[in-house]
Design a protein around this ligand. Structure first.
Ligand code: SAH
Length: 340
């Protein structure tokens, strides 16, 4: 069975023509799908004959809310969604002054193996389809009853390890007949799959790219991020430069501060040196405690000093505010708990 949300707009149009329907029907269907209908019978401007025809070979995919938590501290909402095959993924909706931002998953599990990350502990089960990535936005928006205006691909999975489906998703979510979310309101985060950064740059979508750097040199990066065995820090930074030059967009860097591993003032100085030529913003994230992992964060003073040192060295750096602290909003943690 075909999920029509796996098609891009033009592919949907071709499909609709191929089953002998008029072209404009594709526009109607695309609109309905993005409104979060759960069956063809909700598409009330289509005749019963067309709906029956569609039902033969295609279906309207949905996501079931398996669990939902609302933070009493800041209104952050965490969803555990169940996919049609029973697998679970997490999405988080955060409230900022400029509107709602959703953090979505791109895979069930992850094969990147970052040592501090909860999402990779059980390995990769499978990649999400384009429709499944999109459904997180559609069904969270439907449940919230409010427009979601920003998307970050920073949930479970490595988006650049699921490139084709992520690109289809980006095209669809940006489409004016879809959710119409501007590329400038979309951020994609990667641990550094270098060839795919070039590929993404060549797609020339003006999204924001953020790099999970987490280390100022190969020695530390090798120790905490296995992807660095394949693509060294220098190669990664070279790909970042290409991205900036090709798309005209800035890049930002994520840096999880892990006590005694990457959070000394010397580390800050080394970090400043390598990110300076790219003029990227550095987001510092005090590492979140993951049950199975031994990593801890430093004191508030140490974190502040690290940030201040970067600033002194001319780097635009901020410590990320923690949202949803009472509902284990950091990704991977909820899915893991339910798996147990
Ligand atoms: N795979 C992509 C996107 C998902 S991760 C990537 O690696 O960028 C979202 C961000 O959270 C990444 O920067 C990741 O390195 C970081 N992260 C994962 N586990 C963390 C933890 N325990 N504490 C702090 N940040 C963590």
């Amino acid at each position: 069975m075909i999920d029509l949300k796996d098609f891009e707009y033009d592919e949907l149009t071709e499909y609709i023509i191929s089953i002998g329907e008029k072209k404009f029907r594709a526009g109607q269907i695309f609109l309905w799908l993005h409104k979060g209908v759960e069956s063809y019978d909700e598409m009330t401007d289509l005749s019963k004959a067309i709906r029956d025809e569609l039902k033969e070979k295609t279906y309207v995919s949905t996501l079931k809310i398996r669990e939902k938590y609302v933070s009493k501290l800041d209104g952050t909402v965490k969803y555990l969604f169940e996919l049609p095959d029973g697998n679970c993924i997490e999405s988080v909706v955060m409230r900022y002054h400029h509107g709602l931002t959703i953090c979505i998953s791109s895979q069930v599990g992850c094969r990147m193996g970052c040592r501090f990350c909860a999402s990779t502990i059980g390995g990769l089960i499978r990649s999400l389809t384009a429709g499944e990535i999109l459904n997180q936005v559609i069904f969270a928006e439907k449940d919230m009853g409010e427009r979601i205006s920003n998307i970050v691909l920073m949930g479970i999975g490595e988006p650049l390890d699921n490139m084709d489906n992520v690109i289809t998703f980006l095209h669809n979510v940006n489409h004016e007949r879809g959710l119409n979310i501007g590329y400038r309101h979309i951020t994609l985060s990667t641990c550094g799959v270098v060839p795919q950064i070039y590929h993404l740059a060549d797609e020339k979508l003006p999204i924001t790219l953020t790099i999970s750097l987490h280390a100022p040199n190969d020695e530390i990066r090798d120790a905490i991020m296995p992807v660095n065995h394949k693509y060294k820090t220098a190669e990664l930074l070279k790909a970042c430069k290409y991205y900036v030059e090709t798309t005209g967009r800035r890049i930002s860097f994520e840096y999880s501060l892990i006590h005694g591993v990457n959070d000394s003032l010397e580390n800050a100085a080394e970090l400043a040196k390598i990110v300076k030529p790219l003029r990227g913003h550095v987001n510092l994230i005090p590492v979140n405690k993951v049950e199975e992992r031994e990593f801890t964060k430093g004191s508030k003073e140490e974190i502040r000093a690290f940030c201040a040192h970067l600033t002194e060295l001319g780097i635009n750096a901020t410590v990320r505010r923690e949202l949803g602290a009472d509902i284990s909003a950091s990704c991977g943690q909820l899915r893991k708990k339910v798996l147990k």
